[in-house]
Design a protein around this ligand. Structure first.
Ligand SMILES: [Ca+2]
Length: 94
């Protein structure tokens, strides 16, 4: 009796896909932890916002794109605003 290899191939493809997805999630989590750490270090006065002066030399990506991230124009940005901007930039690259 000859068995089809299709179920095995399907299982292998599914497992590979799950591993790739998990690796991407792990990478995203590591990047987010790094972002949180860098934000905490940059936020010298610990008010939950970083100003252009606070990110200067500490968060180059944020410093370069500060005006675009600071959509409210208040002169400071939150961690969530930085995340949202980074995600929008990543989506634009795809
Ligand atoms: Ca601050």
């Amino acid at each position: 009796m000859k068995h089809s290899k299709k179920p095995l191939l399907l299982l292998a493809a599914t497992l590979f896909s799950m591993a790739a997805c998990s690796a991407e999630q792990n990478r995203a989590q590591r990047l987010d932890i790094k972002l949180q750490e860098r934000f905490a270090k940059a936020d010298v006065d610990k008010n939950g916002y970083v100003s252009a002066a606070e990110v200067d030399g500490k968060m180059p990506f944020v410093a370069r794109n500060f005006a675009a991230i600071d959509t409210t124009g208040r002169g400071s940005v939150t961690l969530d605003e930085i995340r949202a901007y980074a995600i929008s930039q990543k989506a634009n690259r795809k």
